[in-house]
Design a protein around this ligand. Structure first.
Ligand code: PLP
Length: 357
């Protein structure tokens, strides 16, 4: 029987802290759709201030945050958005921008560090003189940190350069900042500086920040006014939502400071895994995400390792036959990291011995 569980599937799996539960229990609430939930206002005002934007809006999820942002910028059907071919919006959000918003995605190759080459972005912008055949480019989306690239951080300078291209062509810039605080902590750059060039940012509070539910989108007052209406259209207007926002306020206050430790734990695991024959960590570990490649000829695969680890209470994500993903959060301890490493050693050795290696 498994006595210890180490859940490394995602940073979304955290349970609310005692402080969050207490804040939720005593939150002052109103009807947010009618515009008078004081705790929702408080969280939105706080997030807008931290991100250096005029206004903010609490939404139920990162997916809805991105959808509302893209649709608010691209409010004419047949608009086109330039985004990375490995970004979350393009791959994991059910194609909602197209199916719900009539927005056409124009994917550009993501480099290993999560960037897209600036010249490729510029080349992907449609020539408005050929609008008889082309959709109209209206938006560029970045993702920081870039999850599929292993939690790599986009620098403020890179983001500024993309912002300049957007401005030059009359486009808007949206950042999927699900883990923007991880980027800020890892780069040592204030979060408002990282997103200065962006017209909107969607920030998850239920990932590394550990709140149970929600994201907050930020932007100009007029952007947020339109976004609020669209949130209602999508069924995302929530009445006594201050209950959830109260946990978000605790997350901002208590948990941003814990991210650095999550990054350290990720690096410790990565260093240990790189010592195990047959395993290789993919790319530098900058934040809380670690991708593990199972090397060819190692006589095991991601499914077998997952199963072996699961039997020992360690949960992680299988990305493909040869690739695993581990994500750190504040409820993983240093001893969990050592336990995970020793279980990896046993799991890989067990399979290799079985195969006579
Ligand atoms: C980079 C990124 N953006 C957006 C999302 C969507 O967030 P949610 O699961 O809250 O819809 C995720 C979720 O994992 C993510 O990793």
């Amino acid at each position: 029987m498994v006595t210890r569980v180490v859940d490394l599937r995602s940073d979304t799996v955290t349970k609310p802290t005692e402080a969050m539960r207490a804040a939720m229990a005593s939150a002052e609430v109103g009807d947010d759709v009618l515009g008078n939930d004081p705790t929702a206002f408080h969280l939105e005002a706080e997030m807008a201030k931290i991100m250096g934007k005029e206004a903010a809006l609490f939404v139920p999820s990162g997916t809805m945050g991105n959808l509302i942002s893209v649709l608010t910028h691209c409010d004419i059907r047949g608009s086109e958005v330039i985004l990375g071919d490995k970004c979350h919006i393009h791959i994991y959000e059910n194609g909602g921008i197209a199916t719900i918003g009539g927005v056409h995605p124009r994917p550009v190759k993501n480099n290993d560090d999560g960037t897209m080459d600036i010249d490729l972005i510029e080349a992907a912008i449609r020539d408005p003189r050929r609008e008889i055949v082309y959709p109209t480019t209206r938006l560029i989306c970045l993702e920081n940190t870039h999850a599929n690239s292993g939690g790599r951080c986009l620098s403020a300078e890179y983001t500024d350069r993309v912002g300049e291209v957007a401005k030059k062509h009359g486009l808007k810039l949206h950042i999927d900042g699900a883990r923007i605080f991880n980027a800020s902590v890892a780069l040592g750059v204030p979060v408002d500086r990282l997103v200065r060039a962006a017209d909107s940012v969607s920030v998850c509070i239920s990932k590394g920040l550990g709140a149970p539910v929600g994201s907050v989108i930020v932007g100009s007052k007029s952007f947020i006014t339109k976004a609020r209406r669209l949130r209602k259209t999508l069924g995302g207007g929530m009445r006594q939502v201050g209950i959830l926002c109260a946990a978000g306020l605790v997350a901002l206050q208590d948990n941003v400071g814990k991210l650095e430790n999550d990054h350290k734990k990720a690096r410790t695991l990565a260093d240990g895994l790189n010592q195990i024959k047959g395993l290789r960590v993919d790319g530098p570990v900058e934040t809380n995400i670690v991708y593990i490649e199972i090397e060819e000829g190692s006589h095991t695969n991601a499914g077998k390792i997952c199963k072996e680890l699961e039997d020992r209470g360690i949960l992680l994500m299988r990305e493909s036959l040869s690739r695993l993903r581990v994500v750190f959060h504040h409820q993983i301890s240093a001893s969990d990291v050592q336990y995970t490493l020793s279980c990896f050693q046993q799991a890989v050795k067990g399979v290799q011995t079985e195969n006579g290696n």
